[in-house]
Write a protein that binds this ligand. Structure first.
Ligand code: GDP
Ligand code: IMO
Ligand code: MG
Length: 426
């Protein structure tokens, strides 16, 4: 059985955690394929909320096997904290979680380099989560990194010191205060904790699942517009967030890709710097932020908000070969008189429906307007109750992008999920 993939189609925080947890009812194996603790995936059920950064969002489902794949970067300290939280609420984490030997480790000095490099960029900073993501992927592609499997090598301590020394030389170029040993003791202790998990050749595990017809769900982090190649570069993250990244980040072939679930919000948000064509700076933007509780799960920063951008959405669907759309946070649009969605861009008087290579201030959105609805979608748990205006809005999106929306999310809770009737299975 092929691997199904869940990924974000915007700038992250689309609601991947909620949907992976929901879909995990049907999947015995859930595997994260890229990113690291820059991710914050929120889950809400039985009146409790949880935020996961490194652990796959299938972890709460009994009988699942969760894998942190080779494409992920791990900060052992954040990993330990998260796992201990899960242990404290009774999740048998060591029975449900395995880690790829090939995943790379975030060192304390990677985090210092992240902070120093952002500081040096001044007003053009990326707005990184400062978790050391960029520097760790730089060491990976630069062939200097330390991998999870290396922690069992007899010379691990020497390798750690050698990479740390390289980092301290690199840091000399920055005018940035730091302590060379900052966080090192806690990091080394957390490495001991990490040793307690099955450290495996996850690519064999995933391919065995494919051959034995065990369903695998690949969980992405961030979103297509933060992709290192196709995102709004340089205001992106440092990994491949698209479907291709799932193959590379878990070790299965593109020919073994099954359904591709593309997740998007009914509007847009972005946290950190970078272009955002449909961004709002008015009371509608404030209302989206307030009603949508748009504050970062990882950093607590207020998220920038704006209307849905169908040009960018179509681009993300194309890049990922999305087969199934999932629209999140529909309830947040309740009560707006008018709702907008960008259908094209105006670039210096010329209209285009293509995402441009370079996004500058002269690019403005061309909107289609929709009448809002006076209803509480968060209480509507089946399709027939949905208001006509809302159905009109989603049918327009489906027409524009050429794909049906299979699942509608109308609230943060597991239960607030409508699988459309035209689809009798997920
Ligand atoms: P992720 O990074 O893609 O997993 O998304 P985050 O968890 O960072 O952000 C999504 C936020 O929206 C979380 O606080 C979720 O609990 C919340 N959420 C998810 N789906 C819905 C929904 O349909 N409606 C509302 N109101 N909130 C939602
Ligand atoms: P999830 O998985 C939203 C953003 C940061 C910054 C840029 C680069 O929860 O959707 P990095 O720390 O990767 O160097 O930051 O990417 N960013 C995210 N924004 N959701 C995320 O993850 C993000 N991960 C990184 O805010 O603009
Ligand atoms: Mg998030």
């Amino acid at each position: 059985m092929n691997v199904d993939v869940v990924l974000g189609l915007q700038w992250g925080d689309e609601g991947k955690g909620k949907i992976v947890d929901y879909l995990a009812q049907q999947y015995p194996v859930i595997a994260r394929f890229q990113g690291g603790p820059n991710a914050g995936h929120s889950l809400h059920f039985d009146s409790s909320s949880y935020i996961l950064h490194s652990v796959p969002s299938g972890i709460f489902r009994e009988g699942t096997c969760n894998i942190i794949g080779n494409g992920v970067v791990i900060d052992p300290v954040i990993f330990e904290k998260e796992c201990r939280m899960l242990e404290s609420i009774g999740i048998p984490i060591k029975e449900r979680l395995m880690v790829s030997n090939r995943a790379h480790l975030i060192l304390p000095t990677h985090r210092i380099i992240d902070a120093a490099s952002e500081h040096a960029k001044g007003s053009s900073k990326i707005g990184s989560t400062l978790k050391g993501i960029g520097p760790t992927y730089m060491d990976k592609t630069g062939r200097n990194g330390i991998r999870v499997g290396d922690i069992t090598a007899p010379d691990f301590a020497a390798r750690f010191q050698a990479l740390k020394s390289k980092h301290l030389v690199f840091l000399k170029q920055f005018d940035f205060p730091y302590q060379a040993d900052e966080g090192e003791e806690a990091w080394l202790q957390a490495i001991e904790y990490l040793r307690g998990f099955p450290l495996i050749n996850a690519e064999y595990y995933v391919n065995d699942c494919i051959n034995q017809n065990r369903r695998v769900l690949a969980e992405g982090a961030q979103g297509a517009l933060l992709d290192i190649d196709f995102g709004t570069y340089p205001y992106v993250t440092s990994s491949s967030t698209t479907c291709a990244g799932a193959c590379a980040g878990l070790g299965f072939s593109p020919t073994k890709t099954g359904r591709v679930y593309g997740i998007f919000k009914a509007y847009c948000t972005r946290v950190g710097s970078g272009p955002f064509i449909t961004e709002l700076f008015d009371k509608d933007g404030d209302a989206l932020r307030e009603k949508g509780k748009e504050f970062g799960s990882t950093t607590g920063r207020a998220r920038r908000t704006g209307w849905l951008d169908l040009v960018a959405l179509k681009y993300a669907i194309m890049l990922n070969g999305v087969t199934d759309l999932i629209m999140m946070k529909s309830d947040v649009l309740d009560g707006f008189d008018t709702i907008k969605a960008a259908v094209a861009y105006n670039i210096n008087g010329e209209e285009t429906q293509q995402a441009p290579y370079y996004i500058h201030e002269e690019i403005t959105p061309i909107y289609k307007e929709f009448k809002g609805w006076d209803a509480d979608l968060s209480k509507m748990l089946s399709e027939e109750k949905l208001p006509a205006e809302f159905l009109h809005f989603i049918r327009f999106i489906e027409d524009q992008v050429g794909l049906p929306i299979k699942i509608l999310s109308v609230g943060p809770d597991r239960e607030q999920t409508i699988v459309r009737e035209i689809f009798n299975h997920v």
